[in-house]
Ligand binder design. Sequence first.
Ligand code: ITT
Length: 220
Amino acid sequence: MLTYVTTNPGKVREAESYLSSGSIDRLEYDYTEIQSDDLGPIAAHGAREAYRHAGDPVLVDDAGLFIDGIDGFPGPYSSYVEDTLGVDGVWDVAADLPDRSAAFRCVLAYCDGEEFAATPDPIDRDDRVAAAATAGPDDAADETSAQADATDDRSALPVKLFEGYVPGTIVAPRGDGGFGYDPIFEHDGTTFAEMDTERKNAVSHRGRALAKFAEWFAQR
Ligand code: ITT
């Protein structure tokens, strides 16, 4: 049994539809979201923490909306921005942009306390050791905690990452389905909120990450 760790029921609906319901448990556990410009380290850190908490194989899902015309905002801050500015507020900001191209990204992080081969997707812990070693003086405090974290992670819990990406365009809200930013994200003429779960999974960032995970997990 696999435990999908999230406070977001929309994510579980999509994962269940993709992986076939009954094969996953949902754990509503609010793991610590570390500060990073990258989704990978956030998901990896969450997976280690969630595994330590749950003691079972876990999958953590970190996702975000990246709008090209505003340097990828809200990106890793998508959750905070949805709670504060709101989806309509993001549309208001994007409406005036000359270029409203955007992308959804999703990183799934798997941890079961065991070692596994580093292909086809990277394990992030070596990257984090390198990042900690090259951090500037202003990052001294972060460096210490990143190094401690990386050292701890290195000796303890491997994590495997699976990434998915889907390009699209920010549009005025349309559709009642999905969740989060789905009403303002259009892909091939249809917003994600106008698609049912299966159709969204066939093209979405999460669907693509789940496909990579499912292929790897089947051989594990
Ligand atoms: P957990 O961290 O507990 O999993 P969350 O909703 O905070 O739940 P994320 O940090 O990954 O999850 O999500 C960042 C934001 O992006 C959040 O506001 C989501 O609603 C939104 N989001 C994530 N995946 C999405 C999707 O497939 N469609 C629309 N919005 C999505």
